[in-house]
Design a protein around this ligand. Structure first.
Ligand code: ZN
Length: 161
């Protein structure tokens, strides 16, 4: 019997994520496949939708719009701050990442521009507002255990408790 991916499947995939320019943004290559619980919002919605109904051995490509991926970039998450707020950092450069204390708790921000005494930072997810291009291979599909369904995540590999 061939198991097809549906709600409460535990699925292992190899994947490569590229942006519009064809640059690799993320990949399971060189590491273990990504294992996730289907239907528990462990993956972005657009990718779960593409995986639905597939079986082990399936290979496919999917293009996912921002609204089904990491969402649109939120202008409210982009701020220009005085350089003095980065006291202790000698050379502030574009691409540097910081953890900041925001209204919703800890937030990861990335420097996107430095101009004189002003530093522009972006707290959006790095892939927010981007179209995602996935190449996926389904490695294995099994049914989740009752405990995994209860917890909403997989208990393979690194996650045991
Ligand atoms: Zn658990």
């Amino acid at each position: 019997m061939t198991l097809m991916i549906g709600k409460n499947s535990v699925v292992a995939i190899n994947y490569t994520l590229t942006n519009d320019a064809g640059e690799v943004m993320d990949s399971s290559e060189g590491g273990a496949p990504l294992t996730y619980l289907h239907g528990a919002h462990n993956l972005i919605a657009g990718l779960e939708k593409e995986l639905e109904g597939k079986a082990a051995g399936a290979k496919f490509k999917a293009t996912i719009a921002p609204e089904d991926g990491y969402g649109e970039s939120d202008p409210a998450m982009i701020q220009t701050l005085p350089r003095e707020m980065f006291r202790g950092v000698d050379n502030i450069e574009v691409g540097m990442g910081f953890t900041a204390q925001g209204p919703q708790g800890q937030q990861h921000i990335v420097v996107t521009a430095v101009s004189g005494d002003e530093v522009t930072v972006d707290g959006n997810h790095p892939m927010a507002g981007k179209t995602l291009h996935f190449a996926v291979e389904v490695i294995s599909v099994r049914e989740a255990t009752a405990e995994e369904i209860d917890h909403g995540h997989v208990h393979d590999g690194s996650h045991h408790h």
